[in-house]
Design a binder for this molecule. Structure first.
Ligand code: NAD
Length: 350
């Protein structure tokens, strides 16, 4: 039976990928140490997600392992020899990294190298899919001229009318420590593809979201925003008049792309993976959409200070993904995604 190894299996993307491949008949091995609870405290705890996978998926095995444990990782991958590896374990927060630079780099950069080397030693022919981030572009996207609209910013330069493409520079801009550790992992994944001819790819995510997200203030804005709305809790908007734009992609559409790459891999590829212009929204627009589904008015305060390096407007150009994998497309609209997030939090908050 074909098997897949997923790191960060209790997280948003990991758990979606586990379920997706399991539904296709794979046996699935997950690695997670619930490090998200260490990074973000009890609000970030993912044990509920791990338990759900163990309870509902008979061919799923959980491995309690930290990807910083190089030897443990190499031994496990050699034992499993999976037919594919999906790497989603990470310290995922832009803002959190400055407080924990060693944990951040050891996880995002060194942990990725540990996994790549384990793969090279155990199963170099197995597709290796790495979750990277649009933060590898640093704050360079903020240098694109913008036009201010009533509820959002947008690109004024027609060269970006479809969004940001993979050819955009990742060099010479401020990234945050998180962005820099993800650049290190991203370039290493490309290198194992180009240097060792391994079937690797980096998926530079926009805002990945969905009903399984344990959104917290510092990571997972849409999930956290919906949670605040339902609890009547004040949401803080940081700068840019609340018109900052994000492209949102449902984690199921992420899993579908990962599977498409697994089926027909290429070496050392890079894709910008987001919801694209069609699934983009500003914070103000996200408030309005959420209010539509919950019937509750969003309570928020505005702080006239943006987060360091935060993108003013970012949406992914999906052309390369669609060209290489024409059978793939976005299937979940932003409305559908918000509707599912609302339903999930309503269930979890009781
Ligand atoms: N969610 C987003 O909006 C987004 C956007 C762009 C990129 N990404 C990238 O996608 C990937 C997955 O993101 P996510 O939103 O699913 O994150 P997540 O925090 O929900 O999941 C990550 C999982 O990895 C686990 N983990 C972290 N460090 C670990 C370690 N050292 N050893 C073992 N397990 C560890 C955590 O416990 C968690 O369950 C990350 O690489 C992230 O940078 C996410």
């Amino acid at each position: 039976m074909k098997s897949i190894l997923v790191t960060g299996s209790s997280g948003l993307i990991g758990s979606e990928v586990v379920t997706f491949f399991h539904n296709l008949g794979f046996s699935v091995h997950g690695i997670d140490s619930n490090q998200r609870a260490v990074f973000f405290g009890p609000q970030g705890d993912t044990r509920w997600s791990q338990q759900r996978l163990v309870d509902t998926l008979p061919r799923f095995s959980h491995h309690e392992l930290d990807i910083r444990n190089r030897q443990g990782l190499i031994e496990l991958v050699k034992q499993l020899k999976p037919s594919g590896i999906v790497h989603t374990a990470a310290q995922p927060s832009h803002d959190r990294a400055a407080d924990i630079p060693f944990d951040d780099f050891d996880t995002n950069a060194v942990g990725t190298l540990n996994l790549l080397e384990a793969a090279r030693q155990a199963c170099p022919e197995s597709p290796f899919i790495h979750m990277s981030t649009n933060k590898v572009y640093g704050e360079l996207p903020n240098s694109i001229p913008l036009v201010e609209q009533e509820t959002r910013w947008d690109y004024a330069d027609p060269a970006y009318s479809n969004g940001i493409a993979e050819s955009f520079s990742i060099d010479q801009s401020k990234h945050s420590l998180f962005g820099a550790s993800k650049v290190a992992g991203d370039v290493m994944v490309q290198e194992y593809g180009r240097y060792f001819d391994m079937p690797t790819c980096c998926l530079r995510g926009g805002c990945l979201t969905g009903p399984n997200h344990s959104g917290v203030e510092l990571h997972g804005f849409l999930s956290y925003l919906v949670k605040c709305n339902l609890e009547g809790k004040e949401y803080t908007v940081f700068g840019y008049k609340g018109k900052q734009v994000r492209d949102n992609i449902h984690s199921e559409d992420v899993a579908r792309f990962i599977h498409a790459f697994y089926e027909t891999p290429r070496c050392g590829e890079v894709y910008n993976l987001g919801g694209g212009k069609g699934n983009s929204c500003s914070i103000l627009e996200a408030f309005a959409l959420t209010e539509e589904f919950t019937g509750k008015q969003q309570v928020y305060r505005y702080v006239d200070q943006n987060r360091i390096g935060d993108h003013i407007c970012y949406y992914s150009d999906l052309s390369k993904m669609k060209k290489h994998y024409p059978q793939w497309d976005i299937t979940k609209s932003l409305r559908q995604t918000v509707r599912e997030i609302v339903a999930s939090w309503q269930g979890r908050l009781g």
